[in-house]
Design a protein around this ligand. Sequence first.
Ligand code: COA
Length: 323
Amino acid sequence: MTIYARLIGTGSYLPERVMTNAELETSVDTTDAWIQARTGIQQRHIAGENEFTLDLAEAASRRAIEAAGINPNTIDLIVVATTTADRVFPSTACLLQSKLDIHGPPAFDVQAVCSGFVYALDVANRFIQTGGATRALVVGAETFSRIIDWTDRNTCVLFGDGAGAVILDAAESPGIYSTHLHADGDYANLLHVPKGVSTNLVAVQEGTAFVEMQGTEVFKMAVNKLGEIVDETLAANNMQYSDIDWLVPHQANIRIIKATAKKLGMPMDKVIQTVQYHGNTSAASIPLALDAGIREGYIKPGETVLMEAFGGGFTWGSALLKV
Ligand code: COA
């Protein structure tokens, strides 16, 4: 019998503080009009001084657990996608496990930047399909604001903080049809934080290790690779563009999202769009958008959802599932 991983609950969390484009106009040489025209972003949420990635992950996880109506102790796998872990170690997943009072099952982080949630979902899906787990908590959580140079207008207008989580259960029917992952490290320097633990821990500790990006190059590759991966995903499942009910894309830039929707022939009212309100929350962006789509009543049980993401690495990936 084939085992599938089925979505039984979603949750998300956004920090209270909202930073508008108008606020950014006061600190860098930019305008609300430029940001909206080039990215679609109107505002983003920023974690409070004493709010950390773990806090965001915990709040989103508790909401997903509540939505699924399960006892947290029945979770037998925790995978957290994050680029902005609170500590070098232990992993955010282990810290989250303790917060949720879960003891024993495997818990680990996955790092694939903005593709992180799709990577984490792929891992959890494989655990469930092969009998290694029966109920997984998969989280995307980021405090990207902590690795942003707030004087660099090329990057600071783009990102925000947040977390999203899903519960996956072993089931006899889909569930996740397939996941597809790719990476090409030759492009590492186009979108990166050039310092890390072994190269400059002081910079990391002092909070001066910041995102650097060649925006136009990233944009072109993202459109190209996301176009390829939607074809790859549909071909693997013998599906047509018209079989997809909802596109839940990584929320980086409305123009990238529109390009993928156009390729799929999907009207924008079949695309969950949260980038306006959240900015790019990296690994949190897809589960945040998915949760919004479900809670606001757009995505309904039995519908087919295509998720796709592109991020630093470069990494890119997709997941096709029935909700
Ligand atoms: N406000 C005003 N001007 C800005 C600006 C800002 N916040 N940020 C950059 N600019 C300027 C640049 O300095 C540049 O000026 P110059 O031509 O005088 O050097 C100009 O805008 C670039 O404009 P344009 O070519 O129209 O930019 P673009 O269409 O490539 O848009 C991005 C810029 C960053 C929005 C776009 O490249 C992008 O979204 N890239 C992908 C980023 C991304 O998604 N990264 C994460 C992937 S997961």
